[in-house]
Write a protein of this length. Sequence first.
Length: 222
Amino acid sequence: MEPLNVSAMQKSDVVNARTGERWLYSPIVKDHFFNPRNLLLEEPTEGDFDARGTVGSPACGDVMDIWIKVDRDQDRIKELKWKTFGCGSAIAATSMFSVMVTENGGMKMAEALKIKPQDIMERLGGLPNRKIHCSVLADKAFRKAVNNYFHATGQHERVIVEGARIIDARLNVTDKDIEEAVLEGATNLEEVQNKLKVGVGDPAAIPAIEELVRFYKEKYFG
Ligand code: FES
C-alpha cells in the first residue's frame, strides 16, 4: 500500500483515491455539516407543517425532503425543516438555505423564491464545482413544497410552472436534461453530447444546446 502523503492531505479535506483530485471545504461548510440547522429529527404529525416537497437528484440518486410552515397573513416562511439522504455538501447547503429563509423573522415568500444556488454558495464560503448539484437539491425541494402550499391553500395562480422544453425531438431530450448534464459536470457542447447524444442527428438543434449550456453554466457556476 502506498504511504499517505500527510502534508498534501493536510491541505485537502477530500482526496479521490482513483483520480487524485482533492478539494477543501470552507470552515462554514464544515460547521453546517457537523451542526446542521433545522434538521427534522422526528416524523412530523398532521398539522405540524403546511406543505412538504421531495426531490431526487438524477446526478447521484440522493433524496431531499423539505417541510415548510407559512405565516399566511404576512406571506412569510415561519419554519423550514429538512431531511436528506445526501452527501455532506447537500447537508451543509440545505442547512444554510434553511437559515437564510427563516432568519430575521422569516423571509417573504417572493424573496425566498428568488434565492439562487450562488447565494447559498456565497454564504457557505464556496463549494467544489462538482458538488453544486448537491446544493441545488434544497432549492428544488423548496420550490416543490411552495407549490404544494399554493395548491393546498387555493392560490393556484401563484404555482410556479417549470415546464420542460423539447430541444431534440428525435431523442426527446429537454432543456431539463441539459441542465442536469451541466450540473453533473458537462461544460461544453461536446461534453453534453457525450452524455446525451443530443443534436448529433439534428444539427439544427445545436445553437439552442450551446445557448442552454452557457445559460446553465452561468446560472450555477457564475
Ligand atoms: S447530494 Fe448526492 S452527491 Fe451530493
